[in-house]
Design a protein around this ligand. Structure first.
Ligand SMILES: Cc1cc2nc3c(=O)[nH]c(=O)nc-3n(C[C@H](O)[C@H](O)[C@H](O)COP(=O)(O)OP(=O)(O)OC[C@H]3O[C@@H](n4cnc5c(N)ncnc54)[C@H](O)[C@@H]3O)c2cc1C
Length: 304
């Protein structure tokens, strides 16, 4: 095998895994297939020692710190297919220059992340990461005490609105049509002074710096807000795990055991692609943990 481990994806999880594996003197290929999930955001928040850094700068630091490790090979490469090869894998992909590439490894770590599927309404994509936000832990502090909207329906929208009460007291749930709220859900919103608008949304109107100015409804009325939060549905950035027949959870995440291994022997996964909280620091920690588990599995095999 050419590599001990092919790490697919060079966001926080992949870079961190490559660092730990490089320090274990493992031969690693880190396949960097493009932008990370938070690329549209101006800053990464809540990452100890890196709070407020631009996402691209965080990754550039990761690359810089991998440079001294001679066994780590970083390539602009999108992996398109994985095949079982004995107890290892053969990977195929396309390089940044558009050339076909293939390589082999004893193990593969998927750190390919997820993609947020935004409502197909004008303004959502344009304001994503600045005026349209997904996570109070990442961005709540920056819009504290400002008028905020929560976009969504049913229990999920009520839950997100209640979560935001510690950041702002001026909250309105925007359901974009019938909100499917239970009597109890409505009561909880009322109890906390949270407004409710069930008209259909026409578009979001942005202000300076990509911030939100207002939500415009189909009936011509509008609601002035500084930002809108939503929990958008997610899709895996790559189908590599599913293509190999790995177990996918009911929420669409790649299932892993306590050692970060998927249901396919030798195929590991870390970061947003797996179940659980999704944060840059957590993804980096999961990448490091997966790398330790990988190194220990490889050592066990070598020393058997
Ligand atoms: C708008 C926005 C703002 C956010 N802000 C914050 C914040 O302030 N603080 C915070 O902690 N978290 C924040 N997050 C969450 C954070 O971005 C994620 O938790 C984190 O990026 C997950 O890291 P990851 O390595 O698992 O995935 P990613 O960072 O998404 O990296 C996955 C990488 O894999 C690559 N890839 C995918 N498929 C392939 C393939 N087939 N071959 C090769 N490469 C591939 C992708 O191109 C990508 O570079 C934010 C998210 C969003 C959407």
């Amino acid at each position: 095998m050419e590599y001990d481990v092919i790490v697919v994806g060079a966001g926080g999880a992949g870079l961190s895994a490559a660092l730990t594996l490089g320090r274990c003197r493992r031969r690693v290929l880190l396949a960097d297939g493009g932008a990370p999930r938070n690329a549209p955001s101006p800053a990464v928040h809540g990452f100890l020692t890196r709070d407020g850094l631009r996402p691209a700068r965080l990754l550039a630091l990761g690359h810089e710190q991998l440079a001294p490790y001679p066994t780590v090979d970083i390539r602009e490469l999108k992996i398109t297919k994985l095949h079982r090869l004995g107890r290892g894998f053969r990977a195929e992909g396309t390089t940044g220059q558009g050339h076909a590439w293939a390589g082999t490894a004893h193990r593969v770590l998927l750190a390919t992340g997820v993609e947020d599927v935004l409502p197909a309404l004008p303004g959502f994509r344009e304001l994503w990461g600045t005026g349209v936000l997904h996570c109070p832990y990442c961005h709540g502090y920056e819009v504290r005490d400002q008028p905020l909207a929560i976009y969504g329906r049913g229990k999920a929208a009520v839950g997100l609105a209640l979560l935001l009460t510690n950041w702002s007291k001026d909250l309105v749930v925007v359901t974009d049509g019938p909100g499917h709220l239970t009597a109890y859900g409505r009561q909880r919103l009322r109890q906390h002074g949270i407004g409710l608008r069930q008209e259909k949304v026409a578009r979001l109107v942005g202000g300076p710096g990509g911030l939100l100015r207002c939500v415009e409804f189909e009936d011509g009325s509008y609601l002035e807000r500084a930002a809108l939060f939503l929990h958008a549905p997610q899709e895996q950035r790559s189908s590599l795990a599913a293509d190999l027949g790995a177990t996918i959870t009911s929420k669409g995440a790649v299932w892993v055991d306590k050692n970060a291994q998927t249901s396919i022997a030798g195929l590991y996964a870390a970061g947003d692609t797996t179940p659980g909280q999704q944060q840059a620091l957590i993804a980096a920690a999961e990448g490091s943990k997966a790398a330790i588990c990988l190194n220990e599995a490889l050592t066990k095999e070598q020393c058997a």
